[in-house]
Design a protein around this ligand. Structure first.
Ligand SMILES: [Zn+2]
Length: 475
């Protein structure tokens, strides 16, 4: 009994000492800031603004691919809505964007059993001659399988990438599968193929094709590339499994127009004693064209704007400046975020903490970070403030999203309330990306998780030191 009591006392003393030394490095949040975090969380869970913003953007603007009339309308919409919400320093900063247009596309099996299948050109794909292209199909699972083929096997063929992406909560299945869409067309062209068809990068069994950007290599000819839905890809595989030769025809009128002008749209909640330090909230204003971009990325736009609005409505202004940046053209080359970083000219270090929302409409299930290890105790405090939202604690290896990559590479710390991507790739980049796919309650929970994290990020009593861990490879 006595021995155990002594041990307990000693352990208690050690805990006190350990806490004291951690607190020296990472000061604790004030009661006032934590109370404001609680208030923000409760207000966010009852606030309809985010759903209203997605409704407005998808109804009044709709599809907004880079360079389109919708893209310009989205910029006007964002300026108007930021002003309406009372943001400070609302402005647009012009960005040059590529202007690719989809036109129409057809995909049809010619032999052994003819049938046509709904298709979408991959973003950036060249079109075909008016009569289309026709050829024998070579089916391979992925890029590795393509590279393993003997020389000459691919010449004049239409390559079919058949691999199916895996459903995951954190989007890692997408990262593993998407390489055939991005690099497959040029890999096939380099071996002499005349066209490419991919199984959509999709977790859905609905008959919707998924688009998304390809990236042509500079040194090989540009060949047309399209996607078909999972059920149609399955049907194509079944035609192969008979052992008969499969021929298909692809027709597409997609083409490049002259580059166009778009803009990043920026608005702020000004800080107070640390106003020169910026906490940046990024999302992207553009969308692919088949749907109306409700989940990608109307949701991110709405989450970030609502978070800033809720913080702006508090009795106290944040210590650091909260800057919402709605980036131009994330989908087809991240033009907006690259222009943003290029224009910084030594101001990169003022961006002391970054958040990005580009993974659907919630809920948030995890809190990850990529901060200097000295600030991990602060992340622990933020995680505790998120308690009622029932998140799990992630690693210190967050990547942010595509639009924060440039700043993260310069050492900006990232805090990542992780959006649940379990069903995201059912509708991502399809005609089915509509308001009907947004659950208002999940969206409010996501706003609450971001609002608490952003607020405490802006109020941190210490310094956000530069992150030191290398940025993980892009998903
Ligand atoms: Zn997106």
């Amino acid at each position: 009994m006595r021995i155990s009591k002594t041990l307990t006392l000693a352990a208690g003393l050690l805990t006190v000492l350990a806490c004291a030394s951690a607190a020296e490095k990472s000061p604790a949040y004030s009661k006032v800031d934590l109370a404001a975090a609680d208030k923000l969380r409760e207000r966010a869970l009852a606030d309809p603004s985010a759903y209203q913003l997605i409704t407005s953007l998808t109804t009044e603007v709709g599809p907004r691919p880079a360079g389109s009339a919708g893209d310009k309308a989205a910029v006007s919409w964002a300026l108007r809505e930021m002003q309406r919400l009372g943001f400070a320093n609302v402005r647009s900063v012009e960005v040059a964007v590529p202007h690719w247009v989809r036109g129409e596309a057809e995909f049809a099996v010619i032999t052994p059993w003819p049938q046509s299948m709904p298709t979408l050109a991959l973003g950036g794909s060249v079109g075909t001659p008016a009569e289309g292209i026709e050829g024998e199909v070579l089916m391979v699972k992925d890029l590795e399988a393509l590279k393993a083929l003997p020389a000459g096997a691919v010449k004049d063929r239409i390559v079919f990438f058949s691999n199916r992406m895996e459903r995951t909560r954190d989007g890692s299945g997408y990262g593993r599968a998407v390489t055939v869409r991005v690099a497959g067309p040029s890999a096939a062209a380099g071996l002499g193929a005349q066209g490419v068809v991919i199984r959509s990068i999709s977790t859905s069994d609905e008959r919707f094709a998924h688009t998304g950007a390809l990236r042509y290599a500079a040194d090989v000819s540009r060949i047309p590339a399209v996607a078909i839905s999972n059920p149609d890809a399955d049907a194509l595989v079944r035609q192969f499994e008979t052992g008969k030769s499969v021929r298909v025809r692809i027709r597409s009128s997609s083409r490049d127009l002259a580059p166009a002008r778009s803009a990043n749209v920026i608005g702020e909640i000004p800080g107070t004693d640390r106003s020169s330090e910026i906490v940046i909230l990024g999302a992207h204003l553009d969308s692919w064209d088949p749907g109306v971009g409700a989940i990608d990325d109307g949701a991110g736009v709405a989450i970030m704007m609502t978070v800033a609005k809720l913080i702006g409505e508090l009795d106290q202004n944040p210590r650091r400046t909260i800057r919402v940046v709605l980036f131009a053209n994330e989908e087809f080359g991240t033009s907006g975020s690259m222009a943003y970083v290029e224009a910084l000219q030594g101001e990169a270090d003022r961006h002391v903490l970054g958040f990005e929302a580009d993974f659907g409409a919630g809920p948030v299930w995890r809190l990850s970070s990529r901060v200097n290890p000295a600030q991990l105790p602060a992340i622990d405090q933020i995680f505790r403030a998120l308690g009622p939202l029932k998140l799990v604690r992630g690693e210190n290896e967050a990547g942010g999203g595509a639009d924060l990559e440039g700043l993260a590479k310069l050492g900006m710390p990232i805090l990542e309330p992780g959006l649940d991507g379990t069903r995201y790739f059912d509708v991502h980049h399809t005609a089915n990306d509509t308001l009907a796919k947004v659950d208002p309650a999940a969206l409010r929970q996501a706003v609450a998780a971001f609002a608490v994290s952003v607020w405490l990020g802006a109020q941190f009593p210490g310094d956000w030191e530069r992150a030191k861990t290398p940025l993980p490879s892009r998903r």
